[in-house]
Design a binder for this molecule. Structure first.
Ligand code: GUN
Length: 279
């Protein structure tokens, strides 16, 4: 039997509408600064999508497109200026930065209560202990998609493939906060297929096209595909082999139209949260 498709586009649209209504009803004045350095085409697309979402929600967006050769000092100075600017509630520095720049020190310079990506050490620490204002956007979006299925996380076997700081690790934490039994897999995991087959909820964040095949999926499982891989033919493809896994899973996210749009919707939500915290 074919899986139910989880419609990330529709769910993200609902989140953005909720954010827009909240801003309107509470007459909030909300601003998001987006900093992009260099001209990576994928980053350009993401930044444009973030701007569009801001427009929809009634968030003022301030874009800072800096040249590739921007120095560390100049970038840190811009972050300082944005930290001090009362019109800017959220600051997002699009990653990856060009190689000569030190991402870590840039992220640590962002004021934690304007860190709408939740990448700052203090926000990461707060996620760990379950006392957070901002959820990291992609894992938070995955949780919304899981909730939309009606499948309860509590007591379930949850397997996350990938242990990045941006997705895998915080994803595991959010599932744990909802009382899932969580396993994190990575390149050194033995018997990966067997471990994945235990999962009632399987989250793939590997960055390898078509990595998760049908034999790795428990019949009826919820499968969340975080991968956005660009193939040689220009097409986007997830980490999950959609055609065959959708024959086994109970629920599955498509790529595109699954996790991707959710990340931006959750960024909008974090930006409103930031404005409220600062008020
Ligand atoms: N690059 C890829 N994903 C992200 C994200 O969520 N935030 C930022 N700042 N950069 C990214």
């Amino acid at each position: 039997m074919a899986a139910n498709i989880i419609d990330g586009k529709a769910i993200s649209a609902a989140v953005k509408e909720q954010v827009r209504d909240e801003i309107a009803h509470e007459e909030l004045k909300v601003g998001l600064a987006v900093v992009i350095v260099g001209d990576d085409p994928a980053s350009r697309v993401y930044v444009n999508n973030k701007k569009k979402a801001c427009e929809f929600c009634g968030i003022k967006s301030y874009e800072y497109a800096l040249p590739e050769e921007t120095t560390q000092e100049a970038l840190l100075e811009l972050v300082d200026t944005l930290n001090a600017d009362a019109n800017v509630n959220g600051i997002l520095v699009q990653l990856p930065l060009p190689e000569h720049l030190d991402e870590k020190s840039v992220i640590e310079r962002i004021s934690p209560n304007k860190d709408v990506d939740a990448f700052h050490e203090s926000n990461v620490g707060r996620i760990m202990i379950g006392n957070y204002s901002f959820l990291p956007c992609t894992p938070a979006g995955c949780m919304e998609l899981i909730h939309s299925t009606g499948v309860e996380v509590s007591g379930k076997e949850c397997v996350v493939i990938g242990r990045s700081n941006i997705v895998g690790k915080p994803m595991a934490m959010l599932l744990l906060h909802e009382n899932g039994t969580v396993t994190v897999c990575h390149s050194k995991t033995r018997n990966l297929a067997e471990v994945c087959r235990r999962a009632d909820i399987l989250v793939a964040a590997v960055g390898r096209p078509n990595f998760v095949t049908a034999d790795m999926v428990k019949p009826g499982a919820v499968v969340i595909d975080v991968g956005i891989n660009r193939l040689d033919n220009g097409k986007l493809c997830g980490d999950v082999k959609f055609d065959e896994v959708s024959e086994v899973a109970g629920w599955i996210t498509p790529v595109p139209g699954g996790v991707g749009p959710m990340t931006i919707a959750m960024l909008m939500r974090n930006t409103v949260t930031a404005a409220k915290i600062q008020k």
